[in-house]
Design a protein around this ligand. Structure first.
Ligand code: 5AD
Ligand code: SF4
Length: 481
């Protein structure tokens, strides 16, 4: 069978990155090979995000760019999947006349069948059925690309919270958790193919398993912590209202659980939190932050914020800035509020002007920038354990082959490596000239790096050569210094 080429444009969150991976793998049996060259593609998939208006605009501007390609190559198949597909359905076919497929968030496993039908007989297909996809994703094996040491694992789908600004429950459906057995099996498979770090994904992992009466999320973490070969475990996202004492204790009980939690607060004002239907108060949130820091003093805490939610006054916004100063986040994501289809807040009065939303966003980000720099600066001089991900981006292009070097392969002395701290900070570093050969130092290991410089989004350091006794490591294993 002739090799065909698949180009995927992934917009949005880690969940979409995971889904795109599933899509590529599910199309391998149809002989589709991934390409990063749009012009070479026989099939183009846009995996879309509907969370904010801007993400949705990105989808349509990308689709607009494809009309010329389709004219030049009439056999080209173009599909739109993910949240915008789920939300808009066949309206997208009407808007984009050269589009062949619209498939929703629960139709990924049906995509190979859809493609086969289109290949046989030129037709246009819309599939936005909401069947239980969790069962189906088991059929696609989640094997990583060569050289990758970190992978996502979806543990649950959908959301039952209906925060008033959010489109997720409408486009991803109700919350459903995968069984712990299947998750553990998937992680074991990943370990066997070289993965050393997993990030467990769900819209609200804290409520994992509750509905189905499966094990709790802290129990799931304990199961994964037991898996040999996994060095680090991360998870995202946590809803503050469901952050239990047991989950807080998990940071003490599981040595592989990274010291980082993303805990989106959205606003520092109780009045706004209530209208957002977040179901916690500022005081309760701060209480949980205190508990986390008591159990794990150097935990890194990050968050999401929305500026200009309908009715947000200047005083409300000031409370948000105060909260940021109080918590001193390691970093944050902030967004201007945008109306979303079906979300309740779309109908709320007292909309805030775009200019005001923008100004508040800038103030918030400027404040956080100062805090992040201060926090990063405080790490200069410290020694951090880094899980090595490979050559740094800058080096990858200069080297003949990026990723995992072979044992004993000789590399330039000035090579730059990249990895992350347990607290999720990116650290680029190099070795002192000829201080170490590749056999003792490679992607997938945890090494000690002395931090020498701090920037806004990364740190720079130097690898600390280990004592000979600690260098008897096997492929990709962790070693302490
Ligand atoms: N407008 C702006 N930001 C939003 N988010 C979710 N919905 C909206 C919206 N309608 C943000 C929240 C959430 C993050 C993923 O996106 O901060 O935590
Ligand atoms: Fe959206 Fe709220 Fe669910 Fe998060 S918890 S996905 S913000 S509805």
């Amino acid at each position: 069978m002739k090799t065909k080429y698949l180009y995927i444009n992934t917009i949005g969150c880690q969940m979409n990155v995971y889904d795109s991976d599933q899509i590529s793998k599910s199309l391998l049996p149809l002989n589709y090979k991934a390409t990063e060259n749009l012009k070479k593609a026989d099939l183009i998939i846009v995996n879309t995000c509907a969370i904010r208006e801007k993400a949705e605009q990105k989808v349509f501007s990308f689709l607009g760019r494809l009309s010329g390609l389709k004219r030049k190559k009439p056999g080209l198949i173009i599909g739109v999947g993910g949240c915008v597909a789920q939300q808009e359905g066949k309206k997208i076919l009407e808007r984009v006349p050269y589009l062949d497929i619209v498939f929703g968030t629960h139709a990924i496993h049906r995509l190979p069948g859809i493609i086969e039908r289109i290949e046989l007989k030129k037709t246009r297909i819309v599939d936005i059925g909401m069947t239980d996809r969790i069962v189906e994703i088991e059929s696609v094996s989640n094997l990583p690309e060569n050289g990758k040491i970190s992978a996502f694992v979806t543990i649950m789908q959908g959301c039952d919270n209906f925060c008033t600004y959010c489109v997720v429950p409408y486009v991803r459906g109700r919350e459903t958790s995968r069984s712990p057995e299947k998750i553990v099996k998937e992680v074991e498979g990943l370990v066997n193919s070289g993965i050393r770090e997993v990030t467990l994904l769900g819209q609200n992992v804290n409520s994992y398993g509750k509905k189905e009466g499966l094990c709790s999320f802290p129990e799931l973490l304990a199961l994964i912590n037991e898996i040999d070969g996994i060095l680090r475990i991360r998870f995202t996202t946590s809803h503050p209202k469901d952050l239990s004492d047991d989950l807080i204790m998990a940071f003490k009980d599981n040595e592989k659980l990274c010291r980082h939690i993303h805990l989106p607060v959205q606003s520092g004002s109780d009045r706004v939190l209530k209208r957002m239907k977040r179901k916690y108060t500022r005081a309760l949130y701060l209480e949980k932050i205190d508990k986390l820091r008591n159990i794990c003093p150097d935990i890194s805490i990050t968050s999401d914020f929305i500026t200009g939610f309908p009715g947000e006054t200047k005083a409300d916004f000031k409370e948000t800035l105060d909260l940021i100063k109080t918590v001193e986040y390691e970093g944050l994501f902030a967004f201007k509020y945008s109306d979303r289809p079906n979300a309740k807040a779309t109908l709320f009065a007292q909309k805030i002007s775009d200019q005001e939303k923008k100004e508040r966003l800038k103030k918030l980000l400027d404040l956080q920038e100062i805090i992040t720099r201060k926090k990063n600066q405080a790490l200069v001089g410290s020694t951090q354990e880094i899980l090595v991900e490979g050559f740094s981006k800058k080096m990858s292009s200069a080297l003949p082959r990026a990723g995992k070097p072979k044992t004993n392969e000789s590399l330039p002395d000035n090579i730059q490596w990249t990895g992350r701290t347990s607290t999720n900070k990116i650290v680029n570093f190099n070795l002192e000239s000829s201080s170490v050969s590749c056999g003792e130092f490679f992607t997938g290991s945890i090494v000690n790096v002395k931090i020498e410089k701090a920037f806004s989004h990364s740190l720079w350091g130097k690898y600390l050569k280990l004592e000979p006794a600690t260098l008897s490591l096997k492929g990709g294993e962790s070693y302490a210094a």
